[in-house]
Design a binder for this molecule. Sequence first.
Ligand SMILES: Cc1cc2nc3c(=O)[nH]c(=O)nc-3n(C[C@H](O)[C@H](O)[C@H](O)COP(=O)(O)OP(=O)(O)OC[C@H]3O[C@@H](n4cnc5c(N)ncnc54)[C@H](O)[C@@H]3O)c2cc1C
Length: 364
Amino acid sequence: MSTNKTDILIIGGGIAGCIAAISLIGSYHVTLIDKLVEPKDRIGESLAPAANRILKELNLLDGIENQTLTLFQKNLGMQSYWGSNQVHLVDHLRNPDGFVKSLDRKAFEVYLRKSAEERGVNCLWGSKLYNSTYEGSTWQVQINSNDDHLETQHLMASFVIDASGRQAHFARRQGIKRVVEDHLIACWATLPNTTENTMSTISASENGWWYSAVAPNNKRIVAFHTDSDLIHKSQLKTVESFLGLAKKNHQVFSLLKGKEKSISFHGTVAANSTKLAQIAGQQWATLGDAAVSFDPLSSQGMFNAMASAMQLSTLIRKLGFTADLTNNYSDQIDHIWQHYLKHKRIFYQAESRWPAAEFWKRRH
Ligand SMILES: Cc1cc2nc3c(=O)[nH]c(=O)nc-3n(C[C@H](O)[C@H](O)[C@H](O)COP(=O)(O)OP(=O)(O)OC[C@H]3O[C@@H](n4cnc5c(N)ncnc54)[C@H](O)[C@@H]3O)c2cc1C
């Protein structure tokens, strides 16, 4: 097949895109593009134990487990201050799928990209979706290099998978809107870890909630989650303003106190629950965050990215690029979304210490 024709074009080489590409490559010619030449550092490191099953099925697990401490470290459990000042511990000792993996997120994404390349996926890094039109049962897609040279390539694809994250670039180009459930944002910082306890921490506050976890290479991540309209932008700008917010939460402040000079503040990212109004259509489908994005409280985003990639791949192999595929896959994602919303409500309702606070009123 010539390089400008492909069976399946995947837009976005994050976790969803790489897993879909690796799963489909045995059966189809697959092209995977990502606007970034290489993955960047980002928040989101706790990989749910159930993900091990998918990694094993795709022969990716051994390659990860051979790199303990550089790619991931075992997370022994979660300590939460939620609903009271009393700590609740949830350990993973009896989980049949094993422990949560605390990932070096960038190294994990590099590993997935490399695995896709090695297995024969046509990978175009530093390439951005620019335009797409549907003509004669084929998608004609224009991609541009994401640098100053602006080189253009034209690709013909029988099927397009949008795995471009919350932005859902391809679906948005079709005019599809996102249903937005809330306006949660997260601001985050990192610092060297100095504690022996490597359990993650969740701690509720009057205007949101805090999260902290230890990642490989002795790195501690600390994040505050609130609604974008409940906080002034000036409070989300510097290490000092971040510390000012943390002062109100004893558990989190004790992790930061006295370490001001070693804290790196990374800014703010969207963390709200959203769903595309249409998940799939004629010879296209969306995956991972592009389809549905979860509140980080669930710690399920990466697992959902992988699971939706596996679900879609299985259905493509079974049903081809048909309307049945569109209907079946859309139903599956709708089902996951309803289940997620139910659990999200239960979790937030378990915290009732600030009934008058706007953040909690919105979630009760
Ligand atoms: C604060 C926060 C904390 C989180 N913590 C966790 C956690 O602990 N555990 C967990 O499981 N999940 C967590 N998540 C969620 C998790 O990070 C996401 O669910 C996951 O990254 C989704 O993967 P994805 O591949 O669908 O999308 P993304 O990771 O967003 O990947 C999309 C890819 O598409 C590329 N792209 C975008 N536009 C284009 C374009 N036009 N052309 C080409 N390429 C494009 C991007 O460069 C990117 O590589 C967290 C999220 C947030 C916001």
